[in-house]
Design a protein around this ligand. Structure first.
Ligand SMILES: Cc1cc2nc3c(=O)[nH]c(=O)nc-3n(C[C@H](O)[C@H](O)[C@H](O)COP(=O)(O)OP(=O)(O)OC[C@H]3O[C@@H](n4cnc5c(N)ncnc54)[C@H](O)[C@@H]3O)c2cc1C
Length: 462
């Protein structure tokens, strides 16, 4: 099996590499990290203030981190409405969730306006149960949308409709969120880098920041040069664990994906032709979708925990996560048992306790901002995050910067080694609980108890 992300393989050569930083330069704003968060921030800054000098430093290649490895689900925050309400209160929660809806709706047109295409397809998302214990996992989210006057967000589907749309009768209950889309994430990364470049963002690749001096202006050091910048944005996903003020705000967990070859005729035979993306309700969530070429991309979240939160090279090839993804794929689509899996890969998830991001400025360095903790739903919300971060850099007083998501207090994870040891115990319990429930057996008391300590998931369940 091939071990490079299908997406990154598809776009190899589409984006001429950006230079390495080899001199000392100054900037109004320096962004660390060339994933979706960093790129959207750069784009928002240059869109709002075209004369600003914006420099983006990427350790590897733009879009080569989580942004080039993900499932390409372009999702709203409505499945997270419970956490949003707790974090931000009614007004801001609804406003933010509405912004994510708007962002999903606009993405395809925004790329088209720039003459770019990332296989954006708006076919909706199915939130399903594949075992009795998970039915109704969406009840609280559904009730909240109804209370908040957004009844149209989720539609309940009958088991027959679900089986028909997903191509598998394993899905016994579920709801449909019609606005959600899918995208080719690496094509999106290429598109955003091209837009940023056109707007005048100075991008340097293979230019990892090795030291961030909190002086005013700040100084960012790379192997070949440095940037002196009035403002800094940290957009480095789980690699932000190297920043002492941020490392307790999230844990790094793995997520793994397997991909079939193009099998459009098999998809037609089972009836999964509508382009819907699908997640189940396991704590170690499985998520799957089809591509424009007729592949199935099948992922498994809630994977292994990484010590100190900082992902090492192993994060790109997690054998346990990949094995679990394969097992779930074979369970959900037994009629495709003869289809060989062509590729597998994995990547880091920067997971906060409530699985919502944290955005703000460092306590003793108000000119250094961060946007991390996307928790496995960052493809679409990164655009919201980029707009918020740009507003913060520009010192704007507006809804983007003055809502309660910004500079919120979040629950800290314990220090190491407790975080790793305790977290691994909890992760093991979550996985065993999921396996028992899928098999129709009650989970053990110990696993149920330990699993209660798990951070919130990709969706707020029950
Ligand atoms: C397997 C997987 C599946 C996922 N599926 C989905 C999905 O279907 N839908 C969804 O919404 N979200 C999904 N996500 C999450 C989503 O990919 C991210 O939240 C989103 O891409 C935003 O990423 P980012 O910009 O924060 O991080 P990244 O894309 O990881 O970008 C951070 C960048 O920072 C760079 N960097 C790190 N340290 C330094 C340094 N010192 N100096 C300079 N640069 C540095 C890294 O090289 C990296 O390129 C998934 C993630 C994974 C791993």
């Amino acid at each position: 099996m091939q071990t490079r992300s299908q997406w990154l393989t598809d776009v190899a050569g589409d984006l001429p590499p950006f230079p390495q930083l080899r001199q000392q330069i100054t900037a109004d704003a320096a962004i660390i990290g060339g994933g979706f968060v960093g790129l959207w921030t750069a784009i928002a800054l240059k869109t709002l203030e075209p004369n600003l000098r914006v420099v983006l430093l990427e350790a590897d290649a733009c879009g080569g981190g989580a942004s080039g490895l993900n499932g390409g689900f372009v999702m709203s925050w409505w499945p997270k409405i419970g956490s949003l309400l707790r974090a931000c209160g009614d007004d801001d929660a609804v406003w933010l969730a509405d912004q994510t809806t708007q962002a999903v709706l606009e993405l395809g047109d925004y790329l088209a306006q720039h003459g770019l295409d990332a296989n954006y397809r708006r076919s909706g998302w199915l939130w399903t149960a594949t075992t009795q214990a998970h039915t109704g996992a969406w009840h609280a989210a559904l009730a909240a949308t109804q209370r908040l006057g957004r009844d149209e967000v989720f539609q309940a589907l009958s088991p027959q409709e679900l089986a028909q749309r997903t191509g598998s009768a394993v899905h016994i209950a579920g709801v449909f969120e019609a606005i959600n889309a899918t995208v080719h994430p690496a094509k999106l990364g290429v598109a955003l880098a091209k837009i940023a470049k056109t707007l005048g963002v100075e991008i340097y690749e293979h230019s990892g920041v090795t030291a961030l001096e909190r002086s005013r202006p700040a100084r960012l050091v790379t192997a070949g040069g440095s940037v002196t910048a009035a403002h800094v944005v940290i957009a480095t996903n789980a690699w932000a664990a190297s920043v002492p003020e941020l490392k307790h705000k999230f844990v790094c967990v793995g997520s793994a994906i397997v991909a079939t070859p193009p099998i459009p005729e098999r998809l037609a035979a089972i009836g999964w032709t509508g382009g819907e993306s699908i997640s189940d309700s396991q704590a170690t969530v499985t998520y799957y979708r089809t591509t424009h070429t007729g592949r199935i991309i099948f992922g498994k979240g809630g994977g292994r925990l990484y010590y100190t939160g900082e992902p090492g090279e192993g994060v790109f090839q997690d054998p346990v996560g990949i094995r679990e993804a394969i097992a779930d794929f074979r369970r959900v689509y037994p009629m495709l048992a003869d289809v060989e899996l062509e590729r597998h890969w994995s990547g880091p998830i920067d997971r906060t306790y409530d699985s919502l991001p944290v955005l703000g400025s460092l306590p003793d360095a108000s000119h250094i901002f961060y946007g991390i903790g996307w928790s496995g739903n960052g493809v679409n919300p990164s655009r919201i995050g980029g707009r918020i971060l740009a507003g913060l850099v520009l010192g704007r007083r507006e809804r983007w910067t003055e809502n309660r998501l910004v500079n919120r207090k979040v629950r800290s994870f314990p220090p190491e080694p407790l975080r790793y040891l305790g977290g691994s115990l909890v992760r093991g319990a979550m996985a065993r609980k999921d396996r028992s429930e899928i098999a129709g057996r009650p989970p053990s008391y110990l696993d149920r108890t330990l699993a209660r300590f798990a951070p919130a998931g990709l969706e707020d369940k029950k």
